[in-house]
Write a protein that binds this ligand. Structure first.
Ligand code: C5P
Length: 236
């Protein structure tokens, strides 16, 4: 039996009311609600408080700036009560360390588990040529290098594609949280993911959390869709 719910539902909708309605329906069914740039840009911090009424919030804002600026931003996000926040590992070890420190400072005074920084290794939209322009090796090696650096800087978790999870797991060991998007239920449409993995494949590769959006948010019955995805991971 899984002991924590590994499902993160991406609330990629433009209207806060729509996101809140989805979160209300899915309360207790998923590990985190992921708020992305679209909702956060439209509705700001109110998004976190509104969705936070129904469960833990993963704020996917992929911060990337100088360490001081990122630290000051994550401090504010920590105050809001987020559970997970993304930064780009490409921002460097000092920036990742600053993000971790800022988030912890901001969360002081909040009860409950410590919020965690997740470092995004390599965006799947970047080509090897893009990576070469910033002096990085091909995507496969860059993922390992960036993952190792971010964990060394104190990041408790990483975001990676399912296909990179198993090598990354070997690289960073068992205690780092690995989060993989690009997950699709067995036999379903992969939408725009070039290499989608099933929930069982992603977990077998070492993922602790699976990000799934449209297969749940666009389902006629999101609760049944979420339960069905979880049953693929944990038939018990
Ligand atoms: O609807 P779907 O399951 O494709 O949503 C996936 C979520 O994961 C989206 O919020 C998207 O921004 C995010 N994501 C992704 N692929 C990546 C990185 C992040 O789909 N490589």
């Amino acid at each position: 039996m899984i002991d924590t719910n590994p499902l993160i539902v991406a609330l990629d909708v433009p209207e806060l009311s729509e996101a809140v309605e989805l979160a209300r329906r899915l309360q207790g069914e998923v590990g985190y609600f992921k708020i992305g740039l679209e909702l956060f840009s439209a509705h700001g911090p109110e998004t976190v408080t509104a969705i936070g009424e129904f469960g833990d919030v993963f704020l996917d804002v992929k911060l990337h700036d100088i360490p001081t600026t990122v630290s000051r931003a994550t401090r504010q996000l920590g105050r809001l009560g987020v559970g997970l926040v993304t930064v780009h590992a490409l921002g460097g070890k000092d920036m990742v360390a600053a993000a971790v420190e800022g988030l912890a400072l901001g969360a002081k005074g909040h009860s409950g588990p410590q919020p965690r920084i997740l470092a995004v290794t390599v965006l799947t939209s970047l080509s090897d040529a893009d990576l070469a322009t910033v002096g990085l090796p091909g995507a496969e090696d860059a993922v390992l290098e960036l993952g190792r650096t971010a964990v060394g800087a104190g990041a408790p978790g990483l975001v990676c594609a399912p296909r990179d999870a198993s090598r990354l797991r070997q690289e960073v060991g068992p205690s780092t949280v690995l989060v993989t998007p690009g997950v699709r239920p067995a036999g379903s449409d992969s939408d725009d993911h070039a290499r989608a993995a099933t929930p069982a494949e992603a977990v077998a590769a070492g993922a602790n959390y699976l990000v799934v959006g449209r297969p749940i948010t666009r389902a006629a019955d999101p609760v049944t869709a979420a339960r069905s995805i979880l049953s693929e991971v944990d038939p018990a």
